[in-house]
Design a protein around this ligand. Sequence first.
Ligand SMILES: [Zn+2]
Length: 713
Amino acid sequence: MKKTSLILVLAFASAITILPSCKNATNMTDNNPLLESFNTPHQTAPFDKIKEVHYMPAFKNALETGRTEINAIIENPEAPNFTNTIEALEHAGRLLNRVSTIFFNLNSAETNEEIQSIAREVSPLLSEYTNDIWLNDQLFERVKTVFEANKNNGQLNKEQLKLLDNAYKGFTRRGALLSGENKARYREISSELSQLSLQFGENVLAETNDFTLHLDDEKDLAGLPEAIVEAAAQLATEKDMEGWLFTLHFPSYTPFMKYADNRALREKVFRAYSTRGNQPNIRNNNEIIKKTVALRLEKAQLLGYPNHADYVLSERMAKTPGKVNEFLDELLVSSLPFAQKELEEVKAFAQTLGFSGPLQRWDFAYYSEKLKTSRFDLSDEMIKPYFQLAKVKQGVFDLTNQLWGITFKPNPEIPLYQEEVEAFDVFDKDGSFLAVLYLDFFPRPGKQGGAWMTSYRKQHLENGNDIRPHISVVTNFTRPTSTRPSLLTYNEVTTFLHEFGHATHGMLSQVAYESMAGTSVYRDFVELPSQIMENWARQKEWLQQVAVHYQTGEPIPSQLVDKIIASSNFQSGYAAVRQLSFGLNDMAWHTISSPVNEEVYTFEEKAMAPTELFPKVEGSCMSTAFSHIFDGGYAAGYYGYKWAEVLDADAFDLFRKNGIFDRETAQSFRTNILEKGGTDDPMTLYVNFRGHEPSIEPLLERNGLVEGKRIRD
Ligand SMILES: [Zn+2]
């Protein structure tokens, strides 16, 4: 999954170059580069001077400084006001944020055992620090006083009001307004919920690890690609076994279901996968789910919300469960007929290959893959020679230049945490300095998988000065070899655009307060700037600028571009319905008005019934392994994946109408959305740009889910 940031979110923390107010007299506190002013270009992190040994003393010092700053707010003899309480909270913990930001960014991009061990040591200290802030009654009293006095008095500007509101909600959404028994119960529920979520996750992991399929007859491998067979052989060797070992982890499970000719084995693996957490053993998640949703309901009601979804969505662009359900239903009505048609196509195709009887869940991926190959004849290997990383990078820079006039200049003076990272000074169209940009492309043993954007410093104002951001894009693209440059798959090209979209959100930020800068927006809004960029990868005009054969210099053939676009819509109806089924299930669990007494499977079956396309499989259950919502922060939020797609398609539709390089449209996107960060309600920002609320039509059209407009090969 693509992610925007791995930084631990600290209470009211900011970054920047403030010297600590007090210093311990230990060696590692003196001359500790993390605690001193950054004497580097644009005050970038002095990676060349920071050593592992500096982190722990810096954390301890910064935690102490943060506490001193918080205490100073609480003990301030002056009456609480916006400056001495709300702004002071925003600024408290800056040093801590600076240290944490560098540390956790490196723990993702360039870690080692020492850093990992520091992370384990420091994480509880950081949670304790944030808890001490949010649960502090005296601090809340001051915030509440300022909130009551200022929320309607017309003295504060829009951004200040938003900061005030965020601070107040930060406390009240954690139970600060509760008293006596209710407060105690709230804390009890919170701690019980975190235990349940841990237990849920551990059960899913144990169930996933528990199953292996051990094959010793080569015949059973029929259909599987060589690389998959090799990986299975290696896994067997690692466990001192003969033959081949397959597991329920994605890199093994997904290709097995797609390619294995042996139907009985596919069924066996599918049944193992889909019954995780629902088997009669100690890892059964049924009671955990019922307890979790009951406690979430009780917690929401304590805080004055009808249910958990209402509680979550009040801080989202979608706002209410009614709006989300309406959205999911609307998409379902449009997608379902296509999904049914796609299923029929797969059935018909399977029959041409000799299949008979009802098509089961363990047949769908297998025959779909065969249908896709016969229809498109397209592979990564055919596309890659046209996408050299260096050219794609230039193409992405040129695109941002065409849209906003931004330019990029390598700055070799900026210290790096790894020599292959690139650092750029980024300039605005008038030549003024905009941001520092780090690009870190290739996999290394100390780097997490996937791709993400993060920042080492966020844009904000400090004493009226515009402090510009330091943004980083980290990916795991194919490394160059001695004979070939780095060549990207099409998926990697869109990933680059996606993360670069997040980066522009960070680089173009123009706000007063760091806690609202760039990507600090509601979760169902944050993927708009990233996903909209992916649209250019579907535009011939842009693709032909960047896609040039690395040996012959020939631009990508037009036919190949058509195929790429058409194949990306393969089974888009089915994919949509599947996502919607998860979203509906999530919403059902979190809009209950009383605890659930029936079986988890029965509850889920009702919620997902409108999306069901296959015969029932006894014992299988989606919820008992639905980690996103029971162990991953997506409760009442799964709809967000589709929501973001609707937004980006609808927003890009304006570019399609005005021209995909239209400066005026780009400028409006910049001033109304990218610059604004979290300073205003996202729907307001969106409507300011688009002229109306998002409509699902452009997404349906893009995915070929509109009758008569389906793109076919
Ligand atoms: Zn993203």
